[in-house]
Structures are given as structure tokens and as C-alpha cells.
Ligand binder design. Sequence first.
Ligand SMILES: [Zn+2]
Ligand SMILES: [Zn+2]
Length: 268
Amino acid sequence: MFDCHVHSTFSTDSNLDAVTACEAAIKAGLEGIAFTDHIDFDFPGYSNDFMFDFDDYQKFMNNLKLRYNSKLKVLKGVEVGIQPHVIEDSLNLISKHELDYILASVHVIDAQDLYKAEFYSNKSKKQVFSRYLEEVLNMINNYTCFDVVGHLDYIIRCCDYEDRTFRYSDYSDIFDEIFKKLIADGKGFEINTGSYRDKGDGRPVPQYDIETLKRYRQLGGEIICLGSDSHRPEHIGFKFDYFSEMLSQAGFRYTAHFENRKAVFTPL
Ligand SMILES: [Zn+2]
Ligand SMILES: [Zn+2]
């Protein structure tokens, strides 16, 4: 299996040394690892900090690929954070570079960092979750340079509700619209296993709703990547066995990763 979502020191918010991450991936029995460092234009509170130099990144990652050659497949990706007003800049920057894999993610809505309390005030859970999915739909309808939607259920990680489970049946119309668009465009989404870690903050761990996967499969969806969103070596490959089993139960026979922007399938 491949861990398709790992942050190295090229990400402003990660101190995970890339070589340490590769060693951890080998130890976890993985076949490959995709580095997906952050590019977020205009992240509130950070100006343009979630950026890195692409020339340095290319050089470093190409060397790492060679170094691990037969031991571990190292893939060079980015996670681009999309807001409506940064689409053009993101497109101009990302489309210029040779990458294996591009994740597109919603981290910010209405100029508010979803980790901050302001976004949730005066909104019900239903309004918050619906608004989040609308923004994902907006993103995939308007930003084209990506392969997979990062953490489709990101909002569960940031919110503070007693029950954080994202149920397909509560938002079926908009989930269906997202799935149909992804399938038509040959794209997919990610199960971000990092959202299902016990953070030790007293909040109950949410459950993943298998109905979401079943419906995507029913509509013809095939591309699902597993990513741990690791910023630490011990999180690499987190819960991959659990989610592989769930994918099988939902009717999938493969997980996907991307090489040179093409989906490659591995049997479950
Ligand atoms: Zn993210
Ligand atoms: Zn990430």
C-alpha cells in the first residue's frame, strides 16, 4: 500500500524529516509514500507562509526517489489549499511543475481558518457541514489542476461537536454532485486516516460512514487513495488495515495512488 498524504519539512507546519518518513514507511511495510507538501495562497494569519521553493523541492525529491529506488517508491506531490480567489494563482503555479500527485483541499472558508472558532459561531452543525461541502463542490467545479480531493471530511477534524460523524444520508444531494463530477473528470478522493486518530483532547473519535464509500462506488467511483496526513513518523500508514477492510466491504477491489499524474491501482 501507499501512504498518499505525508508532510515533510517543506511544509510550514511540519518538522518531519523526509528521510525519517521514508524509513517509517518501510518499517510500516508500505510499498510507497507520497509527499504532499502545502501550497496555500493567502492563508489567513500566515500571509504566504504555506509555500515552498519548487526548484529546491524538485531537486530534493528527485534525489530521494533515487536514494530509495527499489526499497520504497517515493512520490512527489503537493497539497494545494483552494479558496475561490486563489484559483488563478494556484493554477498558474501548480500546472508549471512536474509532479506525481496533486491533492486539492479546502482549509479555509470565507477567509476563516476552519480550525478557528469564528467559522462555527451562529451556525448549526448541518449548516457548517453543508457549507463545507458546497465549498468542496465549488473547488472541483472551478479548479482543474488536481487528481484527488484531500480529506473530503476535513470539517470533522476541526469542529467541536459531540458527534462529529459525517453521515452520507444527511447530505446525500451534495455528496452525489461531488461524486458525479469527480467520476466524470477521472478524479477521486482520499480517506484521510489522520482524522480518525484519538488526539487525546477528550473528544470522542468520529466514525467513518461506510455509506459514503458505498454510494461513490455505486455511482461508478473507482479512485480512492489512503493518506495519513502525517506530520510525525509514527503516524505513517495509520489505520490502513482498518480502512482497507472497510473499502472491501463497500465493494472496492483496489486502492489508488498516482505516478506522474496517472492513477495506479493496487489490489486490496
Ligand atoms: Zn490538508
Ligand atoms: Zn495535509
